[in-house]
Design a protein around this ligand. Structure first.
Ligand code: HEM
Length: 469
């Protein structure tokens, strides 16, 4: 596992040399006072894609009183992700998470402390842990499939949410939390999720009903986690999981983490990793079921890999390259996080352009992943673009940015890929799926971009035996 503070993290930036300076081109359109807000609310990705077509790799637009600068394409992404934190700052943007994750963790503390807190978790994502996670993912997906019976209808986003909460609570928190998913934890987590709303983004402490529900849910989760930690300390149990890793961790000054800090870090990881996974899992189901010939190849590969196997392993999941390319293609076409935003704390120069302090900088995976000079026929689901000889994702290190990049890049990408492959290998082995509604458009009204609902599927158990022994 790479070190968070390595290579790309904080390259010093030279002071701006005296050179020709150009103002960043502005996106056409926009209204007095509101700027481009109306079009942005309707369909942010159409608006930003138009900006790229019109103005190229860097342009400016306005949402209400706030100026934004969109960086598009591998070179511009590289610049964005390499910028030091005191220039492009994530903490200022993610303040809305503080009431959810809690005080003293993540975006409530200095960046160096957040780095230290996330670094604690890397041992919990080592190879041996991933081995164990592969078995858990397989078991949870099998139980989930079993409970579906022979045939029926499911709401796919809801189903994927349920399954990924179970997997995440077991792998990313601890076994005891998984046991309480159906008896309180899922409800509290759901109430916390509702705290992520547009109002909360701008005014996270405003005393609204949703925010009061969110705060009570945070207390319920803290009580639950604290009870589990106390029980572990009393019994001397030391299960090999994220919670235990944090219980045993020490800050550089030797201090142990408080229960509330541990709760906050676990919630940070859960929020970063669960909903995003559920949404991408939904898109994968949608895309694979409308590409029957690719789906047949995914199933054939599963027969080759698992024909004689009783379970899944890290190794077997790695062998599923055809499935991996389908997951990557869904990451490209439907990145759950469509915009990554930073506050500009110091003016910066990109090529001849000067980007002023005080505004917001962003990259958009959803825009960049459909650049026609990087991805042939970019709107098509074509997973073979990642296979030899095209290998379209290998041409530039920042062509695909669905998991971010640089210092804040996602620490759970391998975990997410494993989980997505495990879920769909099991479900496609067991069932045939048929979409009931038309192919859904993205729902941009949510922080994590899933498909618009309804998104219902009919399923029917496949004749013949499973590829698993
Ligand atoms: C499909 C699933 C996932 C997607 C699409 C995803 C995407 C991302 C992206 C785009 C970022 C960068 C955010 C930014 O630059 O502002 C990020 C950061 C992060 N991800 Fe993920 N992620 C996923 C799953 C996970 C999982 C499973 C975990 C935990 C094991 C996780 C933990 C994190 C954490 C802790 C960060 C913050 C890193 C930092 O700010 O330093 N993610 N993720």
């Amino acid at each position: 596992m790479e070190n968070r503070t390595d290579s790309v993290a904080t390259l010093p930036q030279a002071p701006l040399p005296p050179r020709a300076e150009k103002a960043v081109p502005a996106l056409s359109g926009g209204w007095p006072l509101i700027g481009h807000l109306r079009d942005f609310q309707k369909d942010p990705i159409s608006l930003l894609s138009r900006g790229w077509r019109e103005r190229g790799e860097l342009f400016q637009f306005r949402l209400g009183p706030r100026d934004f600068f969109l960086f598009t394409g591998p070179e511009a992404h590289d610049f964005f992700f390499r910028a030091p934190e005191d220039q492009l700052n994530a903490k200022a943007v993610y303040q809305f998470t503080v009431p959810i994750f809690g005080r003293g963790v993540a975006y409530d503390v200095a960046t160096e402390i957040m780095d230290e807190q996330l670094m604690f978790l890397f041992p919990a994502l080592r190879k041996a842990a991933l081995e164990k996670f592969a078995r858990i993912m397989f078991k949870e997906a099998r139980e989930f499939a079993e409970a579906l019976g022979e045939n029926g209808e499911i709401d796919l986003p809801h189903a994927m949410n349920e399954l990924t909460v179970k997997i995440a609570s077991r792998c990313l928190i601890g076994e005891e939390v998984r046991e309480q998913v159906d008896t309180g934890f899922a409800d509290a987590y759901h109430d916390l999720q509702k705290g992520i709303n547009t109002l909360g983004f701008f005014l996270p402490r405003l005393p609204t009903k949703a925010h009061r529900t969110r705060d009570r849910a945070r207390e319920r989760v803290a009580e639950l986690f604290s009870r589990i930690m106390t029980a572990r300390r009393d019994s001397g149990a030391r299960p090999d999981d994220f919670m235990q890793t944090l219980i045993q961790a020490r800050y550089k000054d030797g201090r142990a983490l408080s229960d509330d800090e541990i709760t906050g870090i676990l919630l940070t990881v859960l929020f970063a990793g669960q909903h995003t996974s559920a949404v991408l899992a939904t898109w994968i189901g949608l895309e694979l079921t409308r590409a029957p010939s690719y789906l047949a190849r995914v199933r054939e590969e599963a027969r080759d890999v698992y024909g004689e196997a009783g379970s899944m392993s890290l190794e077997s999941l790695k062998e599923q390259v055809t499935m991996e390319h389908a997951v990557r293609e869904c990451e490209r076409l439907h990145p759950p996080l469509i915009m990554l935003i930073r506050k500009i704390l110091k003016p910066m120069r990109y090529k001849d352009f000067v980007v002023p302090a005080g505004a917001m900088a962003m990259v958009s995976p959803a825009v960049s992943h459909r650049l026609p000079h990087l991805f042939a026929d970019p709107d098509q689901f074509f997973p073979d673009r990642f296979a030899e000889p095209a290998c379209e994702d290998k041409q530039h290190s920042y062509a695909l940015i669905g998991f971010g990049g640089g210092k804040h890049r996602c620490m759970g990408k391998h975990f997410a890929y494993m989980q997505l492959k495990a879920i769909w290998t099991v479900l496609l082995d067991r069932f045939d799926f048929e979409r009931i509604n038309g192919f859904p458009a993205p729902n941009y009204g949510s922080w994590v971009t899933g498909p618009k609902e309804p998104c219902r599927f009919r399923y029917r158990r496949r004749p013949g035996s499973s590829v698993f022994r």
